[in-house]
Design a protein around this ligand. Structure first.
Ligand code: HEC
Length: 116
């Protein structure tokens, strides 16, 4: 939450990035961060399918997406994919931010597929 707050005030450029750091955080922290980042950077498209974005919680709009699933989807979230802008179009987001936000979308959509 602290990090989100600083992000909102535009002061998080020095946030510790990288997945090694991210992996040390407990799952509950990732979910909490993921939801906050999602609301902040992804919801405007993924809540209602803006521009063809797959809608969070709508299994059918996510089902046809990569069968390789998580790794590919996370990479697409990070680097962009067709109409999906890299990092949701916000270059201030770290890899960790994008990763937990994508995990959040997937865990809401497919609660049974993401174990944590
Ligand atoms: C400006 C609108 C917009 C924002 C903001 C946005 N997305 Fe997307 N996203 C899209 C669209 C459109 C697609 C569908 C791309 C396509 O298939 O053409 C998409 C697709 C995706 C996919 C699936 C990629 C695939 O391989 O099928 C993931 C994962 C994703 N977004 C994650 C995120 C995350 C995480 C965020 C926030 C950090 C985010 N998006 C913010 C528009 C957006």
């Amino acid at each position: 939450m602290l990090r989100i707050t600083s992000l909102l005030f535009g002061a998080c450029l020095a946030a510790p990035a990288g997945s090694a750091w991210a992996e040390k955080l407990p799952a509950s922290q990732r979910v909490q961060d993921g939801e906050a980042i999602y609301r902040f950077a992804c919801a405007r498209c993924h809540d209602h399918g803006e521009g063809g974005a797959p809608v969070i919680g709508d299994t059918q709009s996510w089902q046809p997406r990569s069968s390789l699933w998580e790794a590919v989807l996370l990479e697409h979230a990070d680097e962009g994919y067709l109409a999906m802008p890299a990092s949701g179009g916000d270059s201030r987001l770290t890899d960790y931010d994008v990763e937990v936000a994508a995990e959040y979308i997937l865990s809401v959509t497919f609660p049974e597929r993401i174990a944590d």
